[in-house]
Design a protein around this ligand. Structure first.
Ligand code: NAD
Length: 437
């Protein structure tokens, strides 16, 4: 079995294959349109904030270990840079395509604006399957990508970071290649770097820590005592595993976790530190290789519909759709992944009273700490873990409170409120920039 999940699904009735990336793009445009209507933004201004600013598609010729040269397609989309340089991760995935990258880049614009960060939104994708590539091949693809993107990125232009199937090792190769090419140190051209190359303590845990914090805030909002709450997490990578670690540490019962290979379930709560120890080795293991007898093994897709208070989808987009929304039994969804819930599913869930903490709020911890790392690089500074955590917690609390205030004031969903705040900020900046040009 491949360790890479597909980002397409087939409608059982029509047989039509739907690409999750296109749905994500379509849905995020729909949320922006709704926010623009509430804010009475006219159509010309709407077009300026909706359309991506720049899209780069490149072909990377890379030599494989057997001597063949293969052409890999790669993208970088800069959706908006009106509030600051583009910011967003790079994903290595066989199903990555331009629509997916477009949608993810747009999400970054709204996420950064919501958090009040001085960034626009961008995203990158390389169409490759890391599970069948050697370390050398992965490094050569990364270096080729850095070379191809070098004219379009920079600490004040567009700043990539890790995402699905990319990590600090890949950021180190990327940084090295970029700096060799431009002939100077520029650590702030990427975030999510190893500490010795200018990384920041706490970047690795930041998205998951933020997801855990938003989960706690949602439980409080719903008057559910966290010690009696049950949580299910889909995705056990950088985001899902750190969310599980933090929630367990805070005394919340994580009853199920899943990766692409399997789900582990225990209705009394999983031993998360033991599971983490079992999978986070070199090379990393999958959950299906967990040998502990304290957990029941289920197919990965089973987690979405388990009985629980909070469901945290932290794998890929398009997991909760109109086909399974009625079967979701959680009372709260905290979106660790980008775009895990389709807009059609959200309508069903809203009707059923399921509360959703939207991705642009719930998984923003990573970009907040990326911002600290970027600042650290620009200033030649060093921050310690305690300071980073304290500042992250405060930024997320402020954003959560702002979303809640807007939700209550206008009687709208948390996603609508989050988009409203973000779109208002971006539209305001566009109006100022484009006047009297
Ligand atoms: P990752 O590659 O580290 O982990 C992805 C995990 O999802 C893996 O455990 C994989 O096995 C699992 N998975 C894939 N398909 C699955 C399926 N069908 N069922 C169950 N598990 C499945 O990626 P990540 O960095 O943790 O990113 C996860 C999501 O969070 C993505 O949507 C990403 O865009 C988003 N995100 C990541 C960050 C970050 O800082 N890494 C920040 C914000 C948002």
């Amino acid at each position: 079995m491949s360790t890479i999940a597909r980002t397409t699904s087939t409608d059982e009735r029509t047989g039509v294959v739907e690409r999750h990336g296109s749905v994500l793009l379509h849905d995020s445009q729909r949320y922006v349109r709704e926010a623009a209507a509430m804010l009475e933004i006219d159509s010309s201004l709407f077009n300026l904030i909706d359309q991506p600013e720049r899209e780069v598609t490149v072909t990377l010729p890379v030599e494989l270990d057997d001597g063949r040269v293969e052409a890999f397609t790669a993208y970088r989309v800069q959706h908006s840079r009106v509030l600051g340089p583009g910011k967003g991760g790079m994903r290595f995935h066989p199903d990555s395509d331009l629509d997916e990258v477009r949608g993810l880049a747009a999400l970054m614009t709204w996420k950064c604006a919501l958090l009040g960060l001085p960034y626009g939104g961008a995203k990158g994708g390389v169409v490759c399957d890391p599970s069948v590539l050697s370390t050398g091949e992965l490094a050569r693809i990364t270096r080729a990508y850095a070379n191809a993107l070098a004219p379009f990125i920079g600490a004040h232009v567009d700043v990539p970071a890790p995402d699905v199937n990319t990590d600090e090792r890949i950021m180190a190769w990327f940084l090295d290649e970029y700096e060799r090419r431009v002939g100077r140190h520029e650590p702030s051209v990427v975030t999510g770097k190893p500490l010795t190359l200018g990384g920041i303590p706490g970047r690795g845990e930041s998205t998951g820590r933020g997801v855990a914090q938003i989960t706690m805030a949602m439980l409080e909002k719903q008057y559910i005592a966290h010690k009696s709450a049950t949580v299910v997490i889909q995705g056990f990578g950088k985001v899902g595993s750190e969310a599980a670690r933090r929630l367990h540490e805070l005394g919340v019962k994580v009853v199920a976790v899943a990766d692409v290979s399997a789900a582990l379930y225990n209705e009394n709560g999983l031993d998360i530190p033991r599971i983490l120890q079992s999978v986070q080795c070199q090379p990393p293991r999958l959950l299906r290789e967990y040998g502990g007898e304290d957990a029941q093994m289920l197919p990965p897709e089973a987690v979405l519909t388990l009985d629980c208070d909070v469901l945290i989808p932290a794998a890929l987009e398009g997991q909760i759709t109109a086909s399974n929304a009625d079967d979701i039994r959680a009372r709260i969804i905290v979106e660790g992944a980008n775009g895990p819930t389709t807009a059609d599913a959200e309508e069903i869930l809203n009707r059923r009273g399921v509360e959703i903490a939207p991705d642009i709020l719930a998984n923003a911890g990573g970009v907040v700490v990326s911002y600290f790392e970027w600042l650290q690089g620009l200033q030649g500074n060093r921050w310690d873990l305690a300071t980073v955590r304290k500042m992250l917690d405060q930024e997320l609390r402020n954003a959560f409170d702002a979303v809640l205030r807007e939700t209550e004031r206008r009687k709208i969903s948390m996603r609508q409120a989050a988009y409203l705040i973000a779109v208002e900020r971006v539209a305001g900046a566009v109006s100022l920039r484009w006047s009297q040009r």
